[in-house]
Design a protein around this ligand. Structure first.
Ligand code: AMP
Ligand code: GLY
Length: 450
């Protein structure tokens, strides 16, 4: 068995907020040698790692592989779903080198919702009743015959945009047309999954899986809608918190027993070993927790709330997960609550302007009392000409606070986010409102951004 090197050279794939949180935790490891990062990563990641000159497109895997060999890279950590769906893990595994993330056949749980549904059905995993269709007329006939609130999902990867929650058959027919006739999501919408609409609170349960051992991380919640009170269009995520008080021991036990274990077992029975992060997007319905979707990677912005609480050596944890020896890794959680508030560019989730200088990061990180901490993770940023970061996307920064209670963590993250200044900056002040007492849920802290 390959042993963990004393100085483990790591390549981190991915350029956004989730990867900055991973990089932040990786550089705290005493096992880390060189941290290589993508040359087009955000300014926060580039400040922690050395840009890797290798190309990343699938066709150039041969060159990437030889670059990894020449530079003695022991561990590759894959953040985003697209390279996983392209099979990067299969391509980069080599003797003496481990790759954190699922192989393509296992990543299919995320990039093919029809496959995920089939695995869940086989394994008796609680999920919304649903059916998959590749024929538009048959799909329309199905929704018209049912005429109840339904959800139409493009089966492939759509960066969170392929799901339409519908009140009735007419809306479902329109969603089917968008997907299958107008091909708004390209090939990702050739097949659709139509399922019953569930009601309840959503929760993200992320687990490290090494093929056999499953270590469930403390559960999170995120807020997808752009506006306060969960209004307006969906985004990639406006904030997150960890742990969530909704997750009782009983709920977590049932998710482990009825969702994670049977899913990993079902894949194994089909000859697929799942290694990496299995992320179950759950809805807590009156009939018990049900799976909305699987992701096969860390969540964004959940990771910005998980990493600051994770205790243990991340190089070692990821190395052992990738090598099937997760039981030898020590993993614990800081008892403090974490809350991440995402600071966005005006117009997000629509078109935004970029290149605006970002001020106030150090000031934000100074917020808080003894025993508290604020960390500003970069998402859509780039290094500016004068060394200061500039905006480079819709979600610009994730401001995470650690404090004794979720209430305090939320207030502190909100206050710190208020110290960030760039043209058009905005953020939600009510992250956590779904689980905080009503009186405190919408309390605004901090001044509006300039
Ligand atoms: P997904 O990408 O499948 O997680 O869907 C994105 C979002 O759509 C979820 O976070 C939910 O808010 C919503 N959604 C997905 N499936 C359902 C469902 N069966 N019932 C109600 N809402 C859903
Ligand atoms: N926070 C949702 C996701 O990462 O897919």
């Amino acid at each position: 068995m390959t042993t963990l090197p004393d100085r483990c050279n790591v390549l981190l794939i991915g350029t956004g907020g989730r990867e900055h949180a991973l990089a932040w935790k990786l550089v705290q490891s005493r096992r880390l040698g060189t941290l290589w990062v993508q040359p087009d990563a955000n300014a926060g990641i580039l400040a922690l790692g050395t840009p890797c000159p290798a190309p990343f497109t699938p066709r150039e895997r041969f060159f990437l592989n030889s670059w990894l060999d020449r530079n003695d890279v022991h561990l590759v950590v894959v953040g985003p779903e697209v390279p996983l769906a392209e099979g990067i893990v299969d391509d980069l595994q080599a003797p003496g080198r481990r790759v954190f993330g699922p192989v393509k056949d296992a990543a299919r749980l995320e990039f093919d919702k029809a496959f995920a549904k089939q695995v869940m059905r086989q394994a008796n995993v609680p999920t919304a009743d649903g059916r998959s269709f590749s024929n538009l007329e048959q799909a329309k006939a199905y929704v018209q015959a049912r005429d109840v609130p339904m959800v139409v999902k493009a089966a492939g990867l759509c960066a969170g945009k392929g799901v339409t929650v519908c009140d009735d058959a007419a809306q479902a027919v329109a969603a089917l047309d968008t997907c299958m006739r107008s091909r708004a999501f390209g090939d990702a919408g050739t097949t659709v999954v139509i399922e019953e609409r569930l009601v309840g609170q959503e929760m993200s349960v992320l687990a490290l899986v090494d093929g056999r051992t499953i270590t469930v991380l403390d559960p999170c919640q995120d807020h997808k809608q752009v506006g306060e009170g969960d209004t307006g269009p969906n985004t990639g995520g406006m904030g997150s918190y960890c742990p969530t008080p909704l997750a009782t021991e009983g709920i977590m036990e049932s998710i482990g027993r009825d969702v994670l274990v049977p899913t990993v077992d079902a894949l194994r029975r089909d000859g697929i070993e799942f290694r990496g992060v299995l992320y179950a997007g759950m809805m807590l319905t009156p009939g018990g927790p049900k799976v909305l979707e699987f992701n096969t990677r860390f969540g964004d912005p959940e990771t910005q709330s998980i990493m600051p609480r994770l205790q243990g050596d991340l190089v070692e944890i990821l190395w052992r997960t990738a090598g099937g020896e997760l039981d030898a890794a020590e993993i614990d959680f800081d008892p403090r609550a974490a809350c991440c508030v995402v600071v966005c560019s005006a117009g997000y989730p629509g078109a935004v302007t970029t290149g605006h200088a970002i001020h106030g990061i150090e000031d934000a990180e100074r917020c808080g009392r003894a025993g508290e901490q604020v960390i500003v993770f970069h998402a859509g940023t780039a290094p500016g000409a004068d060394g200061r970061p500039v905006t480079a996307g819709g979600r610009v920064l994730g401001v995470t606070a650690l404090a004794d209670s979720l209430q305090r963590a939320r207030d502190l993250a909100t206050e710190a986010a208020g110290r960030i200044r760039f043209t058009g900056a905005f953020f939600r002040r009510d992250i956590g409102h779904r689980v905080l007492p009503a009186a405190a849920a919408g309390r605004a802290v901090g001044a509006p951004n300039a």
